[in-house]
Design a protein around this ligand. Structure first.
Ligand code: ADP
Length: 640
């Protein structure tokens, strides 16, 4: 059993270990294959990115003089090529956004200005002052002065709560092409400022005048051909956005703000054509165009979130099921991002990472392969088990046969020795006697004859058993009278059973139907049963041999008043070599083969044996045989 366990368990453990290693290897190999494939893809993206940077930088370079830097700024920002761009001249001075101009334009020429300003600011007489301003505006030929006078006129009308009159000035007098570029003394355009002032006063988005002025002002602020300074433009954009929250009118406002802050913080910026962190606090990156006349500005999220999607839109990133990201320096890759590579020389510290959109499909491919391994191992283990059990079964049969042979040899030698020894004793006594007493000689010869008969029966049984075991027991079937079987049996035992302590009776039913069987074999059956009835009875034996019919069967029974059998023994007595009381064996009473021979023969006749027994009261063994000739086909080993 231990050997069997080792034979099964060791290869099973081996197979399971092998499968586990194979599964792990498969997972690693698949991951490696996939990693290699996607690394190539990521390198491709890197090259695309590099090309994209070159193309982007070229796109943002200052063009010929026909396009102003502010126009170019607006183009770059509105096309989302960069969050902002700052332009420089050959000397490195900022072209756009230009530094704040502090130039102050010419003084007002008209002496009425002083009077109007005194009335407005010192006397607080806005009405009077407004009239003087209006008069100046009409008198002067200078457009700047005219616009300034109109601005003051509007201011005073508003102070005097004359909103309608003020709006008329704004929408009519000031809305003239000639005054569009007019500047105040700080170099700021006057008209947009007055328009903002008017809007603040109205402060009602639904007002028609408000709407008209608002539209006009938006147009001025988004017109990058005008000479509006970036600082005034940004200021007005912010003011308007506050006045009309939620309006999305200025796509360049954030860029203007960024460019202005950058220019202020970087009087001498780095002109390296690599992406590097700017000094602005909120994660702004700068990269110079090759000509060094432009510095492009990007917010971190613009690079990480929109740059690659811009590539994808341009059909540069091809793989559908992958998700490629740009990781900023110090940003950690997600768990799913199983490959990262440096993003290229222009983006030092940046990394490109790749994750699978559908990591499950990868896992299921691996799982499929692993399932093949698992099934293979299961089948191998199963077949090992089957083969092992088949071999074990064969071994067990061989061992049983070997044991049987040993038992047989042991029993045969023991059983033969007893009658031979007693015959030898009798013969020796006769030979050694001085004279032959005729009566004693007869008695001894009778005893020798008895032992001889017993020996013959034993040998017969052994031979029958041996043939039976080899499956070579042939029967000579014929229709026979059951009464004749009884008669032959009685004749065989007559001599032995005719003793004072044994009463033998037989009862045979009249007109018993014929039985299809082997006469000698059936006599052997009854002789074995009779022998047992005799052997396992003491004192006054009463043995009855019967033949009678029952339903469709013919029954041959042997009844005794012997020691009987327990219920447990009754079930086992037909096993080979089984004996209830081993002490009887030593007395030479039998070898445990008789009933197994009985069972074999009866079975070959298509019948069975019934046992009724009570301990201490006796037993009845009944051989039940089918009476009909049509049952022949059920007989085993029967020649047709
Ligand atoms: P054996 O050669 O020992 O008689 P058998 O196969 O004929 O072998 O019988 C097996 C055992 O069945 C016997 O050893 C005996 O214990 C028991 N046995 C058989 N017939 C009887 C019987 N008529 N009464 C009691 N015991 C019996």
């Amino acid at each position: 059993m231990l050997l069997l366990l080792i034979v099964v368990v060791v290869p099973t453990i081996g197979v399971l270990w092998f499968v586990r290693v194979a599964m792990e290897n498969e997972q690693l190999a698949s991951r490696q294959r996939l990693t290699n494939a996607y690394r190539t893809q990521l390198r491709f993206v890197k090259h695309q990115l590099d090309a994209y940077w070159s193309e982007l930088a070229a796109r943002c370079e200052p063009r010929d003089d026909s396009v102003s830097p502010q126009r170019q700024f607006a183009d770059v920002v509105t096309s989302r090529a960069a969050d902002a761009v700052v332009y420089y001249d050959d000397l490195g001075n900022t072209l756009y956004p230009p530094p704040q101009s502090t130039s102050i334009t010419a003084e007002n020429s008209d002496p009425a200005w002083a009077e109007a300003e005194r009335l407005e600011h010192e006397q607080n007489d806005a009405v009077q002052a407004s009239q003087i301003y209006a008069a100046i505006s009409q008198r002067t030929a200078d457009t700047d002065e005219k616009a300034r006078a109109l601005q003051a006129h509007v201011r005073c009308l508003l102070k005097a709560k004359k909103l309608h009159a003020a709006l008329d000035v704004v929408t009519i007098a000031l809305n003239s092409r000639s005054l569009e570029q007019a500047l105040d003394q700080n170099g700021r355009q006057i008209v947009p400022n007055v328009e903002l002032m008017a809007l603040r006063q109205i402060n009602d988005e639904t007002n028609e005048k408000f709407k008209a002025i608002y539209r006009r002002l938006v147009r001025r602020l988004t017109d990058y051909e005008s000479a509006l300074t970036p600082s005034q433009r940004l200021f007005l954009m912010k003011e308007l956005t506050q006045l009309v929250p939620g309006s999305d009118s200025f796509p360049t406002m954030a860029g203007e703000d960024l460019a202005a802050r950058f220019a202020a913080a970087h009087p001498i910026p780095s002109r390296d054509p690599i992406l590097q962190r700017s000094q602005l606090p909120d994660g702004v990156w700068q990269i110079a165009a090759p000509s060094r006349h432009a510095v492009l500005l990007f917010r971190t999220e613009t690079i990480t979130e929109t740059l690659l999607s811009t590539l994808a839109q341009d059909d540069l990133v091809e793989a559908k099921e992958t998700n490629v990201r740009l990781l900023a320096p110090g940003q950690v890759a997600d768990e799913q991002e199983f490959i990262t590579i440096p993003a290229g020389p222009r983006l030092p510290g940046w990394r490109l990472s790749l994750a699978l959109d559908n990591a499950q499909s990868f896992n299921s491919a691996v799982a499929q392969k692993n399932a093949v391994y698992l099934w293979t191992s299961f089948l191998v283990v199963l077949s090992t088990l089957l083969i092992t059990f088949a071999i074990a079964g064969t071994f067990r049969r061989q061992i049983r046969i070997a044991n049987l042979k040993n038992d047989l040899v042991g029993t045969v030698s023991h059983e033969l020795k007893t009658p031979l020894a007693s015959m030898r004793l009798l013969v020796d006594t006769l030979i050694e006697g001085d004279s032959f007493d005729e009566e004693q000689v007869r008695e001894y010869l009778n005893l020798i004859a008895k032992e001889n008969t017993r020996l013959s029966r034993l040998i017969d049984n052994f031979l029958t058993f041996s043939r039976m075991e080899r499956g070579k027991h042939g029967f000579d079937f014929a229709f026979i009278d059951a009464g004749f079987v009884i008669k032959r049996t009685l004749e065989a035992v007559d001599e032995r059973f005719r003793r004072p302590d044994c009463e033998l009776n037989s009862e045979t039913e009249r007109d018993l139907p014929a039985v299809f069987g082997d006469l000698d074999a059936l006599v052997t059956v009854l002789l074995n049963l009779m022998d047992n009835a005799y052997k396992y009875s003491n004192g006054n034996r009463a043995i009855v041999l019967r033949a009678h019919s029952r339903d469709n069967d013919v029954c041959l029974s042997v009844e005794d008043n012997g020691i009987g059998l327990s219920r447990n023994s009754t079930r086992r007595i037909f096993q080979r070599f089984y004996q209830v009381d081993q002490s009887l064996v030593r007395l030479g009473h039998g070898c445990g083969l008789g009933l197994s021979i009985v069972k074999h023969i009866v079975k070959a006749h298509g019948g069975h044996v019934e046992v009724e027994s009570k301990l201490g009261q006796g037993s009845r063994f009944t051989v039940v045989l089918p009476k009909s000739a049509s049952r022949i086909d059920t007989l085993s080993g029967v020649p047709a």
